[in-house]
Design a protein around this ligand. Structure first.
Ligand code: NDP
Length: 482
């Protein structure tokens, strides 16, 4: 029987006042309903905010080491449940198993990282201008944080917001993406068992335009952290700033790998293929443009096509590349494939739905390569969010840099080169929040800042590492004369 899962509000598992639920299907086998979730209303969301407001003072004054102990314990509980969480991720989001296991491990590691940070928080002391005065700066929590998250990393992204928010003494209301909310409820369960006081975390499932909207508008929330598409994120930014809230938005990308004439075509193709086709091309940092020097272009394309055609596509549990997360994501990718063909790009690999028994039912698409792409084509400008890479030919490094920056987005960018000067110029001039030399555009370390430039981010605050705590803390300067 299909499990119906409740919201987590004020330490209780509760149903929505609407009495309605929404089914989440398995993208590898859409006739299978994985679980049923509350289709919550604005009133449900408002109740969660009230609980977070009520719990705020007590959590803010809980000693940092105690907050850290709860985060550490939650991480340990998740570690014990890693297999089940991985199963859940594969079933709801469709990821290949090693990718899902890696994502779950990332969430566990983030809890352990911020468990230590919680004890280190406090502030700094400065030398005052007169005797008999203490001059110091305290870091205080911002208050109630509203978190709205996407489906493509359904456990890592909520946790990289949630862990620093809780470590710093904020209470939280969280709306996970409707496509894959299960693992967030599992995280709430782990925190509950670890001893998180009632009301400190509240998770409400339901439509973004209803639950997310209420979290952003409600007077009780002080800060809004959103990750998702640029289209929705830009609306959320306006709405939250109009309501006078602290806001950060991390959004879409159109990430390039520049392949220079000194690059080994096989090595460059490995870097581009893993960046473009990993997680079925559904990473915000996924490589969707390979910008290739004409001297290595033909060899590079041959190697890339070879890799695209050798990827084993099928259910995530036993294949290299899983399905797209939903029918609408699959349709979006197939639409862009038609757009690219109409624009005059050459289809060099893939371009449709794969055939075979294993892939009959799900939302599968072939790893796809387009060549002869010009920078002003839509396939080179717009986020596709599927395993599709556009290859653009350039005649020198300068043109490569120009094309690298010729998009509205600026999340991640990489260069493949043996030339140290070119590598340094790329680092200096690439307009992206993450820049990599001889590495794929995807893959992040958890202890350094992450965020985009241009339309990829509000550029207000960074996530992860020490920078991740800044969003959730506010400084108070104390002049204490004695
Ligand atoms: P969406 O923007 O569609 O949704 C993101 C979240 O916002 C979901 O929880 C959604 O709810 C909610 N939402 C939708 N409409 C509203 C609204 N009007 N008010 C408040 N909340 C709303 O993005 P996707 O989930 O499709 O995620 C994919 C996108 O996320 C891609 O563009 C990708 O590049 C980007 N992304 C960016 C990252 C980064 O760090 N820069 C990292 C990962 C992804 P519901 O699910 O109910 O619709």
């Amino acid at each position: 029987m299909t499990e119906t899962r409740a919201n987590y509000v004020n330490g209780e598992w509760v149903s929505s006042e609407t009495g309605e639920t929404i089914d989440v299907e398995n993208p590898a086998n859409p006739s299978e309903v994985v679980a049923r979730y509350q289709q919550s209303s604005a009133a449900d969301a408002a109740e969660a905010v009230d609980a977070a407001v009520d719990a705020q003072d007590d959590w803010a004054t809980t000693p940092g080491p105690e907050r850290g102990r709860i985060l550490r314990e939650a991480g340990t509980i998740l570690q014990e449940r890693k297999e089940e969480l991985t199963d859940s991720l594969v079933a709801e989001e469709g990821k290949a198993r090693p990718e899902a296991a890696g994502e779950v491990q990332r969430a566990i590691d983030i809890f352990h990282y911020f468990a230590v940070k919680a004890a280190d928080l406090g502030g700094t002391t400065k030398s005052p201008s007169v005797r008999r005065k203490n001059l110091y700066i305290r870091q205080e929590p911002v208050g109630v944080a509203a978190l709205v998250t996407p489906w493509n990393y359904p456990i890592a992204i909520p946790v990289w917001k949630l862990a620093p928010a809780l470590a710093a003494g904020n209470t939280v209301v969280l709306k996970p993406a409707s496509q894959a909310p299960g693992v967030v409820l599992d995280v709430a369960e782990a925190l509950d068992e670890a001893g998180l006081p009632d009301g400190v975390l509240n998770v409400v499932t339901g439509p973004g335009s209803t639950v997310g909207n209420e979290f952003i508008e409600n007077e009780g929330t002080d800060a809004v952290s959103f990750t998702g598409s640029s289209h929705v994120g830009e609306m959320v930014y306006e709405q939250a700033t109009d309501a006078g809230k602290r806001v950060q938005t991390e959004l879409g990308g159109k990430n390039p790998t520049l392949v220079t004439d000194s690059a080994d075509p096989a090595e460059a193709a490995d870097i581009v293929a893993t960046g473009a086709f990993g997680t079925t091309g559904q990473s915000c940092t996924g490589c969707s443009r390979a910008i290739v020097h004409e001297d290595v272009y033909d060899d590079f394309v041959a190697e890339l096509v070879d890799r695209a055609e050798s990827i084993d596509v099928g259910p995530g549990n036993d294949h290299e590349m899983g399905p797209q997360a939903s029918e609408s994501e699959l349709e979006g990718t197939l639409d862009y494939i038609e757009i690219a063909k109409d624009e005059g790009a050459t289809l060099a690999a893939g371009g449709g739905r794969p055939e075979g028994e294993a892939v009959e039912e799900g939302y599968y698409v072939e790893p796809t390569v387009f060549t002869d792409v010009e920078s002003d084509m839509r396939i080179a400008q717009e986020e596709v969010f599927g395993p599709v890479v556009a290859v653009l030919k350039v005649s020198d490094f300068e043109e490569g840099l120009t094309v690298t920056n010729d998009v509205d987005y600026g999340l991640s960018a990489s260069v493949v080169t043996d030339d140290h000067t070119e590598a340094n110029r790329f680092v200096d001039e690439a307009e992206a929040g993450v820049v990599k030399v001889n590495e794929k555009t995807t893959g992040l370390e958890l202890h350094v800042p992450f965020g985009g430039f241009k339309r990829s981010s509000s550029e207000t605050w960074r996530e992860q590492g020490d920078a991740g705590l800044d969003f959730y803390t506010i400084e108070k300067t104390v002049y204490d004369n004695y």
